[in-house]
Design a binder for this molecule. Structure first.
Ligand code: HEC
Length: 168
């Protein structure tokens, strides 16, 4: 075999490696782009529409209704006369919307949500855990209301920014 014969596959291999590397970089950039931007479209109502599969949309909306139930449980517990029993109820309600709720979200769905949506959602779950701890540690109703208001502020901000349109 001559030298030139041995070099030829070398060059081909290098080109192949370069192409593979390039494809990998393009793929990584695309995945990063989707992770930040999510799967969205501007809506006529000025909100950003997040485009989910019907089952994913049902899952997110189901979680939303649980969040509202948690808020309801906290407010009901705090407003009651029987302080001891109902603090426990308020604590459990807050805990139900903590990080445990976010544990089993599937990665495909997570990828479609824009980054600020994910961040706001996670911070709400984290603060519900903080709220549950605060209730258990005996913070005053005013302190607890202050925490709750910081959470509900994010509910309303996110609702002003995003929509989950039903399929076509
Ligand atoms: C990260 C964004 C985000 C946060 C935070 C958020 N929501 Fe939502 N929520 C949405 C979106 C988007 C919808 C769908 C709105 C639409 O399509 O009109 C929704 C819908 C809902 C619905 C309607 C559910 C249904 O079945 O139609 C309820 C109830 C709700 N949210 C409650 C809450 C409560 C309570 C909180 C705070 C404790 C909260 N959400 C926090 C994004 C959010």
């Amino acid at each position: 075999m001559t030298k030139s014969h041995r070099r030829e596959p070398d060059v081909k291999l290098r080109i192949l490696c370069l192409v593979a590397l390039l494809l990998w970089v393009v793929g990584a950039v695309l995945v990063g782009w989707v992770f930040v931007k999510g799967w969205t479209m501007p809506g006529a109502d000025k909100r950003l529409h997040v485009l989910l599969a019907p089952a994913e949309r049902d899952q997110v909306l189901g979680e939303m209704r649980l969040l509202l139930k948690a808020v309801h449980g906290v407010v009901t517990g705090l407003g009651s006369q029987d302080q001891q029993a109902d603090r426990k109820q308020a604590e459990q309600a807050a805990r139900s919307a903590g990080m445990g709720m976010a544990a089993d979200v599937n990665p495909a769905l997570m990828a479609k949500l824009p980054l600020p949506f994910k961040q706001m959602g996670m911070s709400v779950h984290k603060d519900f855990d903080g709220l549950a701890d605060a209730i258990a540690q005996g913070e005053t109703p005013a302190q607890i209301m202050h925490r709750l208001a910081s959470i509900t502020g994010r509910c309303t901000t996110c609702h002003d920014l995003y929509r989950l349109p039903a399929g076509p």
